[in-house]
Design a protein around this ligand. Structure first.
Ligand SMILES: NC(=O)c1ccc[n+]([C@@H]2O[C@H](COP(=O)([O-])OP(=O)(O)OC[C@H]3O[C@@H](n4cnc5c(N)ncnc54)[C@H](OP(=O)(O)O)[C@@H]3O)[C@@H](O)[C@H]2O)c1
Length: 295
């Protein structure tokens, strides 16, 4: 790992996560072309050696491997569905890093097969800040031979690669299951913190007690420190709007599979409330402030 591979790489989507991955690829001397809907967001990457494509077609035509990291899975699919892009991608590998549901992943996989495009689905367990530190993991699912053929490159995206097998839906299923757990735990902790705050019990007492009881961990430590700082502006993790898009996938998946969706519905409601109040660009802990009484 950590060595340059010969593939020319294109990346569509230079938001917080796409930019973090692009920085790692450039640092490891990969040839990279990037495209973003808001083109000016590519400027910092241009300054560190990336080519900037004027259109998704230009990016697709000038690469061997296309990485996609946008907010919605469906948006990304729409970007690469024109006939000219399809012919530019024939025989090439597309890796979809955007959060999405297994049904969306399977539809994209069927589309790729029909069009002679090789496809792997990938899901990221890392914050942008941890990309490049190898503290996180990227899950992959799809063809074993495709994964193994590109293993060196896929190990260079800034987190440990974990291959889940041929079932193309496996990475997205595990991703949404883990996210469902994370959002439920996060909101439960913020509710506990709001209860302590309403009776002037210090947050540190809650945090250390949860730790003693085996109910703490890295997520709780991180949320507690963000709540204690009182600063919920974007600090490089993920925005409420990004979390809300992921939560929508969880709600849809539960509904499609006939599962009770009352908990995901409730979590979505809290995220939507934050966006409606103008905090869509803030970190997740903004939800804590919205649990407190209006001053
Ligand atoms: N941040 C994290 O901690 C994290 C962790 C794991 C997975 N992820 C996943 O990574 C993906 C990107 O997240 P992020 O944190 O990078 O979000 P972000 O900073 O909000 O970036 C979103 C990206 O999607 C693009 N985009 C949004 N709508 C689009 C559309 N209709 N057409 C074309 N491009 C569009 C944006 O382009 P503009 O610049 O033009 O708006 C931007 O490049 C999401 O699926 C997220 O769930 C994020």
């Amino acid at each position: 790992l950590n060595t340059r591979t010969h593939e020319r790489i294109a990346l569509i989507g230079t938001g917080a996560m796409g930019t973090a991955i692009a920085r790692v690829l450039l640092k490891r001397n990969h040839w990279l072309v990037v495209w973003n809907r808001t083109l000016s967001r590519c400027n910092p990457l241009r300054a560190t050696g990336a080519q900037v494509a004027a259109t998704p077609l230009e990016a697709a035509a000038n690469c061997d491997v296309l990485l996609i990291c946008t907010r919605h899975y469906g948006d990304a699919h729409a970007l690469i569905s024109s006939d000219r892009i399809i012919s530019a991608l024939q025989g090439k590998l597309v890796v979809q890093l955007t959060t999405g549901s297994p049904a969306e992943v399977r539809a994209l996989d069927a589309w790729a097969n029909e069009n002679d495009i090789r496809f792997l689905d990938a899901k990221i367990f890392s914050s942008p800040a941890n990309i490049g530190t190898d503290a996180g993991t990227i899950l992959f699912s799809g063809s074993a031979s495709t994964f193994h053929h590109h293993k060196d490159l896929l190990g260079n995206l800034g987190a440990k690669p974990k291959y889940l097998g041929n079932d193309i839906g496996a990475a997205s299923t595990l991703d949404l299951a883990v996210l469902s757990h994370m959002y439920g735990s996060s909101l439960a902790f913020m509710q506990a913190a709001a209860i302590c705050n309403s009776e002037q019990l210090p947050l540190s007492v809650l945090e250390s007690t949860l730790d003693d009881l085996g109910l703490g961990g890295r997520l709780i430590t991180r949320l507690a420190s963000m709540i204690a700082s009182g600063n919920h502006q974007f600090q490089g993790w993920a925005t409420v709007d990004t979390h809300r898009a992921a939560m929508e996938h969880i709600v849809q998946l539960c509904k499609q599979n006939g599962l009770d969706s009352s908990l995901p519905d409730l979590l979505s409601l809290h995220l939507t409330r934050a966006t409606t109040a103008g905090h869509g660009g803030d970190e997740l802990t903004r939800l804590y402030e919205l649990l407190k009484p209006v001053q």
